[in-house]
Design a protein around this ligand. Sequence first.
Ligand code: SF4
Length: 310
Amino acid sequence: MAETTAIEWCDSTFNPWTGCTKISPACDHCYAEGWAKRSGTVQWGNHPRRRTTHAYWRNPVKWQEHAVAFFAEHGRRRRVFCASLADVFDNQVDPKWRRDLFALIRACPDLDWLLLTKRPQNIIRLSLLAGGLPWNVALGTTVEDQPRAGLNLPHLLAAKSALSPLYAFVSTEPLLGRLDLWPWLDPHQLYRSRLDWVIAGGESGSGARPMHVEWVRGLRDQCQQANTPFLFKQWGCWVTFYDRDIDDPDWRRAPFTDGQMGSGATRYLNLAGGTGFHGERVTAVRNVGKKAAGRLLDGVEHNGFARTAA
Ligand code: SF4
């Protein structure tokens, strides 16, 4: 929660409060829960959230004061990710805190606020309760697999239509399966029914689940076809080291894998996310850690950003 961050798609993070309850498979290895356990700041789950300090809430005001210099240096407005250690549209939070947050967002008109939620079904109702969505907000939701796409994206795009954010984006991190986003990318749809930006990424940290290279390629290709900006954030911990030939039914040329999950482990992965059967196309992946895994997809770094955020 800082002025600068290693997260590729934003410049700064801000957490109006901390604490959350897990609601989705993407939450299984919640980074924020691990942080909370280590720091002892807040108890995770159905426990009271903890508001951050008054001094900390001054940080965005300072970024606002330096907005002209930031624009001169970067040629665009600062992107603030809110929230990395909580969920802005968490209905277990005191509604007054959200009203205060929206007032802060309005008081910082030269910052683009990226609100990423796993609770898009609450966006419209809780925004109206908080006095309406500030104009300088972009709305995003997490989609880790096809069922979550079907659940979350209609809510996000209903909010785009009702509240007119800067843009609507999806984060597919951690990507846990093959995703067909075309119904929400198709350029023939009305603007308010379309996604404006796709972020993809694999899981990192302890217990990270592997991501199949074809899942990411599929998103890249869909975005290319729809002319939608695509940002590939990271592989996570796992990289592909053998994309098995489908004409190798006995796996004679396939490398040995140990089928484990931890650091240094190797395993097979099929398109459905399972370990695969003989005769099935599988990819061998190795857990090399986040840093070594990097963020190149077929040798290319993908750094697309929503166009209205430029
Ligand atoms: S919604 Fe986000 S912060 Fe909340 S438990 Fe899930 S991953 Fe963690």
